[in-house]
Design a protein around this ligand. Structure first.
Ligand SMILES: *[C@@H]1O[C@H](CO)[C@@H](O)[C@H](O)[C@H]1NC(C)=O
Ligand SMILES: *[C@@H]1O[C@H](CO)[C@@H](O)[C@H](O)[C@H]1NC(C)=O
Ligand SMILES: *[C@@H]1O[C@H](CO)[C@@H](O)[C@H](O)[C@H]1NC(C)=O
Ligand SMILES: *[C@@H]1O[C@H](CO)[C@@H](O)[C@H](O)[C@H]1NC(C)=O
Ligand SMILES: *[C@@H]1O[C@H](CO)[C@@H](O)[C@H](O)[C@H]1NC(C)=O
Length: 363
């Protein structure tokens, strides 16, 4: 009888205990915050136990990272302040909390991509309870921006005109082109590559036919990433090669000798200029310059400048009709212009001489 009563009392006491600890568990709150850190920077892993009167025996930190996907204990903080830290991370982790205040916060220094993962903060109490929470640590890597583009030869077929690359970033960067007025004639294509270390390389290419009108046009690549306070702006100038297409001969306004310049629309600049006088001896010239004494009618005639670069050649024609003292119109073409010097532009003539003789025959 006596024994049964004792047993009853004990079970009552047990129920009371269960009730008490339930009450306590319900009140306990553990606070941890996910965090992001830029590679090489330091991250604070906040972890705090609140609303409990229980004293702690120790705080344990575990992690599951890219460097080691197995859950491992790397840090133990005892109630007397002593700490146990895994050897290989001695100088990478620091306890910054306070066991008295039930603050388990730690600092992770010089974060690397291998530190990216899930960290678990465990509070051990005198009643051998474990209260834990997990914190995601995300390591970010800023992109390295790079623009590249080669020289293209004018053509009607679509090619990659330029590429903009944001490499080794985490997460992937956003890469776009500011094309201005060219956005109607060009298009872009983006590809993303994921590397084994968790970083991404994003390449955005511009595609279009390399027409000569694109030559020397300025465009800009923009790289955006959460680690960058300001977006990265990378300038690029398109370069398109094309043969001479337009040759114009213009006079210089010097007094003594008449000097003419052969102006050519092409890229790159002509490698050679050849001056000839039709039915005459080789005129005095130097590169793209032609010299004709102003006062003598002996030099009247038709001059041709032929400019060439590695892609082709084109010619321009000059008619000179000096009378010596006064400038009057040259008979043949006088009805077109009322001055002594005529500049006629010949566009894209493969055989300017033949065309010119055709012209003469016409007159
Ligand atoms: C916790 O420790 C303090 C001081 O050491 C003590 O006064 C208190 O009673 C302890 N609390 C519990 C729940 O054991
Ligand atoms: C815990 O400790 C850290 C580092 O000292 C501090 O910044 C943080 O405010 C503390 N948390 C609380 C809740 O006191
Ligand atoms: C933390 O990581 C886990 C596992 O990867 C994921 O399920 C959870 O959504 C993450 N939490 C946050 C807030 O990102
Ligand atoms: C930029 O890209 C070009 C071509 O893709 C490459 O040759 C060069 O090394 C890159 N420069 C940098 C700084 O990454
Ligand atoms: C050049 O000479 C040819 C024949 O000698 C002649 O037919 C042609 O008209 C001349 N051209 C000029 C511009 O003098």
């Amino acid at each position: 009888m006596h024994g049964r009563r004792n047993a009853f009392d004990l079970s009552l006491y047990g129920l009371f205990l269960i009730y008490l600890s339930f009450f306590r568990i319900a009140g306990v709150k553990i606070i941890g915050h996910d965090t992001t850190v830029v590679k090489e920077g330091s991250a604070t892993l906040f972890c705090h136990l609140t609303e409990t009167e229980e004293n702690l025996t120790h705080i344990i930190w575990q992690k599951q990272t890219r460097g080691n996907p197995e859950q491992e204990t790397f840090f133990i903080i005892h109630k007397d302040g002593k700490t146990e830290l895994k050897h290989d991370i001695q100088d990478k982790v620091k306890f910054i909390g306070s066991i008295k205040e039930k603050n388990g916060s730690i600092q992770l220094l010089r974060a690397s991509l291998l530190d990216d993962g899930i960290y678990t903060c465990i509070f051990n109490t005198f009643t051998s309870r474990q209260i834990q929470t997990s914190i995601n640590v995300t390591v970010l890597v800023p992109p390295v921006g790079n623009v590249s583009g080669s020289t293209h030869v004018s053509d009607h077929y679509e090619v990659t005109l330029a590429s903009c690359e944001a490499s080794s970033a985490r997460p992937a960067a956003e890469v776009l082109w500011r094309l201005g007025a060219l956005s109607d004639s060009l298009r872009t294509e983006t590809s993303i590559t994921q590397h084994s270390d968790g970083t991404f390389t994003v390449v955005t290419r511009i595609l279009g036919a390399p027409s000569k009108h694109l030559n020397q046009r300025k465009i800009q690549c923009v790289v955006k990433h959460s680690t960058l306070t300001k977006e990265l702006e990378l300038d690029h100038v398109l370069n398109v090669h094309y043969p001479p297409e337009l040759v114009v001969i213009i006079p210089d306004d010097s007094k003594e000798a008449e000097e003419y310049h052969c102006l050519v629309d092409c890229n790159p600049t002509p490698t050679s200029y050849i001056w000839i006088k039709v039915n005459g001896s080789t005129p005095h010239s130097e590169g793209n310059k032609l010299f004709i004494p102003k006062s003598s009618p002996d030099f009247n005639g038709v001059y041709i400048c032929t400019a060439s670069n590695e892609y082709g050649k084109a010619s321009g024609v000059l008619y000179v009709g000096n009378t010596g003292s006064t400038d009057v119109c040259w008979d043949l073409f006088g009805f077109i212009f009322n001055c002594a010097i005529l500049v006629i532009t010949v566009v894209c003539i493969k055989m300017p001489l033949r065309l010119f003789s055709d012209l003469l025959r016409f007159y």
